[in-house]
Ligand binder design. Sequence first.
Ligand code: ZN
Ligand code: ZN
Length: 270
Amino acid sequence: MSMKLTVLCDNNTLIDQYYLGEPAVSYYLEMDGARILFDTGYSDVFLKNAEMLGIDLGNLSHIVLSHSHNDHTNGLPLLRQRFDVENVPLIAHPLCFYPRWYENTYIGPPYTADIGTHFNYQPTREPRWLTENCVFLGEIPVTHDFEPRRPIGVVELEGGRQPDMMLDDSALACRTEQGLFIVTGCSHSGICNIISHARHVCGEKRIAGVIGGFHLLQDTPQVDDTIVFFKTLGPACRLYPCHCVSLHNKAKMLRHLSFPEIGSGTVIEA
Ligand SMILES: [Zn+2]
Ligand SMILES: [Zn+2]
């Protein structure tokens, strides 16, 4: 039950490593013989980096989307153009493929109601085990008061436009020898809510690692509460805050926690 994760796309690039970066997320995970693409970034950056890394995205077992926003989903049509992936199961929350705007800018997915004609779309609100040890967590309940759901822009559902509470935001949890390794996109559902839900779904308390955007952009009391929670995970837990964690908040976290810099091309084994 070991897992290997390769960062195909991150905001950050690392010195002397000539992979591309963009403010978006795409990870490639290998576990239990499965080959999982988690998010597709905003452009073809993930395709170019995968090619440089020798990763064949034409041989995927699953495509998983953390949530609907275009910095995680906009690469889907490019993946479809490049590779024959129409039969690969595409796992996401049922509210993922609805149009969304922030102020007047479109920030939703590149497909909406027509997604099923382009991909083998398998929406699920409930947790869905992809392999024996890797689960898509489905809808994340709020269990920490300091991480309430807050709307981001508007979503157009069947009933019309309404504030987007981002119920489609989810994550993966992988069981490893050292505990759960959590893989998130933007953690709009709250990173601590996600970790607590993963523990509940997997029946495992130990957290081996957490990678992804934790959506900590402003310096708010939530950052302090998150640091307190992370400290309870213990020094063995490997943290990789990236994507939508501001430099200021990373610096604040580093006063209490330890974690390395990552970027496009980083490989993590757990
Ligand atoms: Zn987002
Ligand atoms: Zn994002």
